[in-house]
Design a protein around this ligand. Structure first.
Ligand code: TYM
Length: 325
């Protein structure tokens, strides 16, 4: 069985899209030494950032991921910057990647559009993401739909490197959840739910039940009153049905038949979201009293991760033409 890996960048706060897009798919299938979950703190340096805030969020993200079910007994759990092989492999892979390939990334275009101080790391971070994946020979990458282009780049780099220098890397593929690969913002159902927007349409995993219910009840719906799953024409209702279906495990088309009005649907969505996030909030409250035990788990993860990562970097260095020390 091949390894599975997924990462979370500590900017903003983790939300229901992160949970259904990547956290749940990973934690539902943890297999000892085959599953890797990490906080991608280096990726948080690609945009203007507050150093203290990144440090605080890194521990917060690690704690939320543990609270949401990441199990250090079954997954290797780490902070990216604690494993220096990520950046070491990043450079080697940059030397096997074309400028045009990274310049085309949609996220680079979107995030650089309104800034006149674009960091070089924003351009090259998809290559770092490829390093994150290839370092551990991960065959499967459970992520939301927004990461498609990045996982494809990792595939292209692995394939090209293997062809040019020898078979060093496993070629990964993306795994999307059956529903909820792209949860939309409740205030703007044509935009994806995101950690960084302040639109009021994000359902954060640590929000109180009252806040979650208020956010759902205020969700933008569509003209008319029909309750049907039609993302193209009725994106607001389709998003609510998607969230409900992801929480309850049913099909969004079937779920639509149970409701006769928007208020009834919204109450059901709020109940389902609160029931899904309640255990995470409670577990988080316990764990956050003992940050030292979270840091100990992260230190153990680094040791286990480096056993795999250092072998991969040695093989890549040897293949690309560097003289061993
Ligand atoms: P990030 O931190 O933006 O998002 C973490 C995960 O959540 C998924 N996601 C969503 N899924 C469904 N609906 C949404 N609205 C939604 N928003 C986010 C993302 O697709 C992602 O899976 N670059 C990555 C982190 C990363 C990574 C990696 C992931 C770094 N290295 C290696 C996998 C493998 C990122 O910033 O994700």
């Amino acid at each position: 069985m091949s390894r599975r890996i997924t990462g979370f960048t500590p900017s903003g706060e983790l939300h229901l899209g992160n949970y259904f897009g990547a956290i749940k798919p990973l934690v539902d299938q943890q297999v000892p030494d085959r599953s890797i979950v990490f906080v991608s703190d280096l990726h948080a340096l690609t945009l203007e950032h507050d150093p203290a805030e990144v440090r605080r969020r890194t521990l917060e993200f690690a704690t939320v991921l543990l609270a949401a079910g990441a199990d250090p007994a079954r997954s290797i759990f780490l902070v990216q910057s604690h494993v220096p092989e990520h950046t070491e492999l990043h450079y080697l892979l940059e030397s096997a990647t074309g400028y045009g390939e990274v310049r085309r990334m949609i996220q680079f275009k979107e995030k650089s559009r309104d800034s006149d101080r674009v960091r070089v790391s924003l351009l090259t971070y998809p290559v770092l993401m490829a390093a994150d994946i290839l370092l551990y020979h991960a065959g499967e990458v459970p992520v939301g739909a927004d990461q498609r282009q990045h996982v494809e780049l990792a595939r292209d780099i692995a394939t090209r490197f293997n062809a040019a220098y020898g078979p060093v890397f496993t070629v990964p593929h993306m795994v999307n959840p059956p529903v909820a690969a792209r949860i939309m913002d409740l205030s703007r159902p044509t935009a994806k739910m995101s950690k960084s927007t302040s639109s009021g349409g994000t359902l954060r995993l640590l929000d109180s039940p009252d806040t979650l219910r208020r956010t759902v009840m205020r969700a933008v719906t569509d003209p008319g009153s029909a309750i049907e799953y039609d993302p193209g024409n009725r994106p607001g209702i389709a998003n609510l049905l998607t969230i409900l279906a992801a929480c309850t495990g049913e099909d969004p088309v079937d779920a639509a038949t149970r409701f006769s009005g928007y208020a009834q649907l919204k109450h059901a969505v709020a109940d389902a979201v609160i029931a899904t996030t309640d255990p995470i909030r409670h577990h988080y409250a316990e764990l956050s009293h003992d940050p030292e035990s979270v840091r100990k788990i992260l230190r153990d993860g680094v040791i286990r991760a480096r056993l795999i990562a250092s072998d991969t970097v040695s093989a890549a260095k040897q293949a690309i033409g560097l003289l061993p020390a």
